[in-house]
Design a protein around this ligand. Structure first.
Ligand SMILES: CC(C)(COP(=O)(O)OP(=O)(O)OC[C@H]1O[C@@H](n2cnc3c(N)ncnc32)[C@H](O)[C@@H]1OP(=O)(O)O)[C@@H](O)C(=O)NCCC(=O)NCCS
Length: 158
């Protein structure tokens, strides 16, 4: 079963060791870099978890969790900032299951009507097809050179 767990001193090394394929590295930063970004950008309201398959860490997810209005440089209030499934564990539904758990979390949050994300444009290894498959819509707009996607959260995202 897929669960989201906090990152602690006990599991940090195992989670930081997770990695995507070399081709995918062009599209997503790793866990260590994500944790650094979270520390450097408290204004982006980082909320992150390790993705577990039973007791095995298989991925990492980070969102912006209700960014206060007023900073146009940040996408929000709810933004899927990072999602990665380790190369050895991809293609088994874990990415979809993790996103479902993030959506469960968002349903507890105030005025969470849309989850935004963005993808680096590219042909191969891009996660664009994954997001479209999961119900994200292409907004046709760009932010910092990345294509912005949106997932309506109410009444039923998929
Ligand atoms: C994108 C990623 C999170 C998908 O995780 P995953 O566990 O392999 O995906 P799932 O097995 O849950 O796939 C869910 C569905 O999306 C489809 N899918 C997965 N990757 C896809 C892709 N690149 N293009 C098109 N469809 C894709 C699957 O076929 C599956 O479809 P189905 O449910 O109808 O059978 C994973 O490949 C990854 O970590 N990639 C590198 C990091 C990255 O790019 N992250 C996103 C940017 S932050």
């Amino acid at each position: 079963m897929i669960t989201l767990r906090p990152i602690t001193d006990a599991n940090r090394a195992a989670v930081v060791a997770l990695d995507v394929t070399p081709a995918q590295q062009a599209y997503v930063a790793g866990v260590a870099e994500s944790l650094d970004e979270a520390e450097q950008c408290p204004e982006a309201m980082p909320w992150y978890r390790a993705i577990y398959d039973d007791d095995t860490p298989v991925g990492f997810v980070m969102i912006s969790d209700n960014i206060p209005p007023g900073d146009p440089t940040l996408l929000g209030p709810y933004y899927l900032w990072r999602l990665l499934i380790d190369a050895a564990h991809q293609g088994r539904g874990h990415g979809r299951a993790a996103l479902d758990l993030v959506i469960d979390h968002l349903r507890t949050r105030p005025a969470a009507e849309v989850l935004l994300t963005s993808v680096v444009p590219g042909e191969e290894s891009s996660p664009l097809g994954f997001y479209l498959r999961l119900g994200f819509q292409d907004t046709g707009t760009f932010h910092d050179g990345e294509r912005v996607l949106r997932l309506p959260l109410t009444p039923n995202p998929r």
